[in-house]
Design a protein around this ligand. Sequence first.
Ligand code: P5A
Length: 445
Amino acid sequence: MRLTRYFLPVLKETPSEAQIVSHRLMLRAGMIKQSSAGIYSWLPLGFKVLKNIENIVHEEQVRAGHIPLLMPTLQSADLWKESGRYDDYGEEMLRIQDRHGRDMLYGPTNEELITDIFRSHISSYKDLPLTLYHIQWKFRDERRPRFGVMRGREFLMKDGYNFDLTKEDALHAYNRHLVSYLRTYERMGLQAIPMRADGGPIGGDYTHEFLVLAETGESEVFYDSAVTDLSFGDRDIDYDDVDQCQGVLEEFTTKYARTDETHDENLFNEVPEERRKVARGIEVGQIFYFGTKYSEAMGAKVQGPDGKPVAVHMGSHGIGVSRLLGAIIEASHDDKGIIWPEGVTPFHVGIVNLKQGDHEADAACESLCRQIEGLGLEPLYDDRNERAGGKFATMDLIGLPWRITIGPRGLKNGVVELTSRRSGASEELTPEAALAKIASIYAKS
Ligand code: P5A
């Protein structure tokens, strides 16, 4: 993509309304534009990252054996009256009437809708286990929408729902989600720590939140610093293997890690003092097992092996897809701008032409772009007629992890410059060697 043909409305000034760094950088890098409180348009660069995050979430859900579908954003209030949550949910729910005076709402979550789909089509235990999920916009009329996409009113969530015959099976689904979430966040360059949490309006005794440590996080968290040494890595997991999934859950949840809602000072004091940490975190996901809460209320039953009807055991599992952009930036930036992890970057390589209009420099940039595209990667070529400093500042702000700088002087010696956004280190290489290095970096990510 040539920058002169793209739409990248970067801001020179720091927007005064943004209180935290990720919000400031998303506005400055031309990724989002507020449309009203807590509601945003996703400009091309932000939309690209959002889609990349969505893709990773999809891939990891499908890998875990979960099945994608798509439910609507607008829901009839009737189902919520059946579950009893229409009155309970309170002012966070955006309530709407259609032209016939029917009560509707913009879904804050989908337990009711999915339970209705399930009960309409599934009647035998033989169709279980089943986990369905979608990635869809939600609306919660938050009292204080703030920090940009971090606490929006309209936001994108991946929400998945498991249906199982027994509590044991449903707990395996819970563990499977935990494992798949660990993989998902690591692919985005994030360490998200599962912490014992509170069920809130979703309900349930078993629930973990996934938190990314960040000073600007809205949640206060208490943990044993040994949890930060854990990493999922690229281990091979058989998601059908009950013991293996249970083993991962135990490995990642046995050490003390809790949000303020479930914090227990006495238990915490059993952690060696030098490992006791109190910090702040961003909640990027939450998993729940809530048993038969919705299936009983809404009559979601199947015929069991003995021929008798039984209410199915359920859980729901959410990832804050749009919030993740903010969380990744909070975890990965410097004073010049964003530093995208390779797994989610909007473009793979930035190309800076030091002398636009110079025949050889232009030709070398264009040729490199084509070769990068040939690798299945996307370059962003800054072909503006601007001084080098301005081009570097834009590249640093938008955070592409790799930059190739091309100018007449280097070309005379047969070299271009490859720079890492994260370390700032540069090396002079032949265009072929730079290309080979880019190819190997992205083959790994
Ligand atoms: C689980 C899936 C649920 O709603 N029902 C379906 C369950 N869980 S949750 O914890 O309430 O939300 C899941 C994740 O969504 C993100 N999130 C938000 N992101 C941006 N703005 C908001 N206002 C917002 N509210 C929730 C969080 O990442 C949360 O973990």
